[in-house]
Ligand binder design. Structure first.
Ligand code: TTP
Ligand code: MG
Length: 398
C-alpha cells in the first residue's frame, strides 16, 4: 500500500540562522554568510531578509553586495554548523532510529509502520517544536510517500513550513505537472539547459515524453530515472545508520554564562553520569573520555584522555572528568560544558582486553583491581535501577 511514510526535514537558511542565533544583534536583518563583499567567494547562505533583495546561495559575493549593500557579511564558521548538525541528528534519533542525514542541514526519516494518516503530521509538529525549543532554530518539513516527493514538499512552504503531499498517483502527477524541471532531484544547471534546448520546461513536459526518448538524451539509467521521478515515483530507501555510535556525549548550554567553577564542575559530573548510564544501558565500554568547554567569547576547547582498561563505571568516568577539568583554564566564564566518551566497544568484545591488562598487575593488586571493578559494577547497577524508578535526581554523587 502506498502511504505517506517519509518525512524530510530541512533547516531554514541554516548557516545564516545559526549566525543569528549566536549573534542576537544580527536577527531580523539581511545577513549573508560566505565572506567579505569585496572577496571572490560565493554566498553560502543568506537570511530570508536578504532573499527579499534577490540574494541567493551560490551567487558571487560582489553581486550579492550590489543587490543588498546594507547587509551584514559574516565569514562562516563550519565547526559550529557541524556541531548543530550533530545536535539535530541526536534530536531526530529521539523520534526514530531510521534517520538518514542527507547533508549538513537536512535529513530523511522513515516512518514505515505508522498506523494512521495523522501520525506523521503530529510527529512533524512535535519535531519542529523540539528543533525550535532545543536548538533555537526553525526547520521546514515535507511528508510524502517517497524520498523525492518528501524533499520537494519540504521546500514548498519555507521558512517554518509543513507540507503534506497527496498520496494518490493521479493527484501527484497533476501536482507535479506545472512545476519547473529543476525541481526534479538531480536536475542541475547543465541537465536543465540541455532539456530546455529540447523544449522541456515543466515536469508535465517530461511526463508527456517517454523513457526511451529521455534515455536518448541523458543516457539509459538517468533518462529512465528522470521519467520515473517526473511521475512522482521513487524507489530509494532511507539509508539509516545503526544507532550504536562510536562516541557518546552530552553537553549543556548555560542559560546565563557560568562563572562559578564549582557549579560548572557539578554540571559536568551530572553529564558524566548520564553518559555512564547510557553506556551501561547499551552494554558497552569506552576507551577514552573527553570534556568540552566553550567560553563566553565562543572559544571552544576539548581535552581527552585514554581509559585503560575500557570501562563504563561511573567512578572511573567521574575521576576522568575531574582530572580533565582540573587541568583547564578557569578564568573566563563558561557558556557550555560537555562530557563524552569514545573508542567504544561492545562489552562482549572487550572481555579479553581487561584480563590481558590485569595480567600486568602483581597478584595482590590484580585481585584488588578485580574486586574494585566488581564493586563499581554492582554500585552502578544499583544507582541505575534507582534512577530508573525514581528519576535522575534521586542520587547525586558528591
Ligand atoms: P540549503 O538547505 O540549500 O540552504 P539554506 O538552509 O541556507 O536555506 P533554505 O531555507 O532554503 O534551506 O543548504 C544548507 C546549508 O548548506 C546552507 O545554509 C549553506 C550550505 N550551502 C553552501 O555552503 N553552498 C551552497 O551553494 C548551498 C546551496 C548551501
Ligand atoms: Mg536548508
Amino acid at each position: 500500500m502506498v502511504y505517506n511514510r517519509i518525512l524530510h526535514v530541512d533547516m531554514d537558511a541554516f548557516f545564516a540562522s545559526v549566525e543569528q542565533l549566536d549573534h542576537p544583534e544580527w536577527r531580523d536583518v539581511a545577513l549573508i554568510v560566505g565572506g567579505r563583499p569585496e572577496e571572490r567567494g560565493v554566498v553560502a547562505s543568506c537570511s530570508y531578509e536578504a532573499r527579499r533583495f534577490g540574494v541567493r546561495a551560490g551567487m558571487p559575493m560582489r553581486r550579492a553586495a550590489q543587490l543588498c549593500p546594507h547587509a551584514i557579511f559574516a565569514p562562516g564558521r563550519r565547526w559550529r554548523y557541524s556541531e548543530i548538525s550533530a545536535q539535530l541528528y541526536e534530536l531526530l534519533l529521539g523520534f526514530t532510529p531510521f534517520v538518514e542525514m542527507a547533508s549538513i542541514d537536512e535529513a530523511f526519516l522513515d516512518l514505515s509502520g505508522v498506523q494512521d494518516a495523522d501520525e506523521p503530521i503530529k510527529l512533524a509538529q512535535a519535531l519542529k517544536a523540539s528543533i525550535r525549543n532545543e536548538l533555537g532554530l526553525t526547520a521546514s518539513v515535507g511528508i510524502a510517500s517517497n524520498m523525492f516527493l518528501a524533499k520537494l514538499a519540504s521546500d514548498l512552504q519555507k521558512p517554518d513550513g509543513l507540507t503534506v503531499m497527496p498520496v494518490d498517483a493521479a493527484a501527484i502527477k497533476s501536482f507535479l505537472a506545472p512545476l519547473p524541471i529543476r525541481r526534479v532531484w538531480g536536475v542541475g544547471t547543465k541537465t536543465e539547459a540541455l532539456l530546455h534546448d529540447y523544449g522541456f520546461k515543466s515536469i508535465g513536459d517530461l511526463q508527456a515524453s517517454s523513457p526511451e526518448l529521455l534515455s536518448q538524451l541523458l543516457g539509459n539509467a538517468a533518462g529512465r530515472h528522470l521519467f520515473e521521478l517526473a511521475h512522482g515515483r521513487d524507489e530509494r530507501q532511507v539509508e539509516w545508520q545503526p544507532a550504536l555510535e562510536k562516541s557518546l556525549s552530552k553537553e549543556t548550554t548555560f542559560s546565563e554564562d557560568c562563572g562559578d567553577m564549582q557549579q560548572a564542575r557539578q554540571y559536568l559530573r551530572r553529564l558524566c553520569e548520564e553518559v555512564g548510564a547510557r553506556l551501561r544501558r547499551q552494554k558497552r565500554l569506552a576507551g577514552a573520555a573527553h570534556i568540552k568547554l566553550r567560553y563566553s567569547d565562543f572559544r571552544t576547547i576539548t581535552r581527552q584522555m585514554p581509559l585503560k582498561p575500557v570501562t563504563c563505571s561511573d567512578r572511573v568516568l567521574l575521576r576522568a572528568a575531574d582530572q580533565l577539568f582540573d587541568a583547564v583554564e578557569k578564568k573566563a566564564a563558561l557558556r557550555l560544558i560537555g562530557f563524552g566518551v569514545s573508542k567504544i566497544v561492545e562489552e562482549t568484545a572487550a572481555v579479553s582486553e581487561p584480563q590481558e591488562q590485569l595480567l600486568l598487575f602483581p597478584e595482590k593488586e590484580q585481585l584488588e583491581a578485580g574486586e574494585a571493578a566488581a564493586r563499581d559494577a554492582s554500585l552502578d547497577r544499583a544507582v541505575d535501577q534507582l534512577r530508573e524508578r525514581f528519576g535522575d535526581d534521586i542520587l547525586r554523587r558528591g
